[in-house]
Design a protein around this ligand. Structure first.
Ligand SMILES: [Fe+2]
Length: 448
């Protein structure tokens, strides 16, 4: 085995310089969300079956698929990585350890291991991307921001991949509300790494958070070829484009966009399902007619109902089943989630207990017409919404659900207060402005 440095000076262990270069190319494909990343890893492993970095990356891909059925495959890949790590660098062994913690459900241990790795190897962009993605699942802007703030210490424009790092920093700063700095870094990142979907995505978050809707729609305009050969992340980018249209209040356009870009035509993964449920719920709460789209969605995500691998996905699945009127499946999922939450102390099980249990009770109460009970459950759970993970824009769905349920309960006074608070944070939201007018909210937003 030899140790070869990548373009950032980070050493990887491989059978030859040729297979090391194949691994480097594959890592770049991973970083830019290429759909063929797994096929590329298998190509590396076909030529270099003992390459620990390739096995680690394979394990990471199975983990990020976020399906319980993929976890045994992740563990198998990581055990092979460990078995072949005798001649690997300490950094590679630490990466394998971090991913093994993650596969075992211990996100905090994975984060700690990646933090340690990045102190000594700050330019390991694979480890940094994994650390960033992991931090997203915490649902904590503070975790996200500090992890990226540490990373920025060691990066500048001339290091290959700096644009990808700036894109991640942009996302972290946006979630912390530091929009101006986030936009500066994100735009610079997009100049340096125009191929990085995440960077485009992070700037879209900034524009959405600030209500720069026409700029956001323009930002998302890419040639069709841009989206080709990308993985599920492109669907999430399209969700962001739809979200800009939603915020303008044009529900017909949102639904047309949904039908054109987002609607599932075959069984989908957690991210596509979450994008679809999140958008349809917003349209529904704004008075739009989603017609049979809910049924189409749940038919294409039935396989996810059996799979407890991600609280973020379960939150969206609960909403989708309830909105589709699938009461039997909703009840079954609620029982599964209750058993899951009681079954251990992994990060996801604790998060599920905090948010999925109250949400499942609230959605069942809504379906039974007990809107007052549903509203009370959601208000009690209000400060546990971040337990679902993801971004503020994604968690916004639960804020809208809280408003919508409170209105349905006939609790107008409470609803006015919630709507005022919502518009204080997101004054540009045309759908919420309409709800505000219908409720006769007359007070100034708290920050106005
Ligand atoms: Fe996003």
């Amino acid at each position: 085995m030899v140790r070869i440095a990548d373009s950032r000076g980070v050493h990887w262990t491989a059978a030859s310089e040729n297979t090391a270069q194949l691994l480097f190319d594959t890592i770049e494909r991973f970083l830019t969300y290429r759909a063929d990343t797994m096929a590329r890893i298998d190509k590396v492993l076909a030529q270099d079956p003992e390459c620990p970095g390739a096995w680690a990356l394979k394990g990471a891909l199975f983990i990020l698929n976020r399906q319980q059925s993929m976890i045994p495959r992740a563990k198998d890949a990581l055990s092979k990585a460990a078995a072949h790590s005798g001649g690997a660098t300490a950094r590679e062994r630490q990466l394998i350890h971090a991913l093994s913690c993650w596969a075992a459900g211990d996100l905090r241990a994975a984060q700690t291991a990646l933090d340690g790795l990045l102190v000594d190897a700050p330019h390991d962009l694979l480890a940094l991307r994994l650390q960033h993605v992991n931090a997203i699942f915490f649902g904590s802007p503070e975790v996200l921001r500090t992890t990226m703030a540490r990373a920025l210490t060691d990066w500048h424009d001339d290091i290959p991949g700096a644009g990808i790092v700036y894109g991640m920093a942009c996302m972290a700063l946006e979630e912390a509300g530091a929009y101006a700095r986030a936009e500066r870094l994100g735009r610079r990142g997009a100049e340096l790494a125009p191929d990085d979907l995440w960077c485009v995505h992070s700037v879209a978050h900034v524009m959405e958070a600030r209500g720069d809707l026409s700029d956001g729609i323009a930002w998302m305009q890419k040639p069709e070829s841009y989206w080709q050969d990308r993985g599920p992340m492109r669907h999430h980018l399209w969700w962001h484009e739809a979200l800009f249209h939603y915020e303008t209040g044009d529900m017909d356009q949102v639904l047309a966009y949904y039908d054109h870009r987002l609607a599932p035509t075959a069984p989908v993964g957690y991210l596509e399902m979450s994008n679809c449920a999140s958008l349809l719920y917003r349209v529904d709460a704004a008075g739009g007619d989603c017609a049979s789209r809910w049924q189409d969605l749940v038919q294409n995500c039935a396989h996810l109902a059996e799979d407890r691998a991600l609280t973020f996905a379960d939150v969206h699945l609960l909403i989708a089943l309830a909105m589709a009127g699938e009461d039997t499946a909703l009840g079954r999922l609620a029982r599964d989630l209750s058993d899951y939450a009681a079954g251990g102390t992994s990060f996801d099980r604790i998060a599920s207990a905090r948010i999925c249990l109250p949400l499942s009770q609230a959605m069942q109460a809504r379906r039974a017409g007990r809107h007052g009970a549903a509203a009370q459950i959601l208000r009690d759970a209000r400060y546990d919404f971040p337990a679902m993970g993801g971004s503020i824009a994604q968690r916004d769905m639960l804020e809208i659900l809280l408003v919508d349920t409170t209105i349905a309960a006939g609790q107008t006074r409470a609803a006015r207060r919630l709507v005022n608070a919502y518009l204080d944070a997101r004054p540009h939201s045309a759908p919420m402005q309409r709800i505000s007018e219908a409720l006769g909210v007359t007070g100034a937003p708290a920050g106005g």
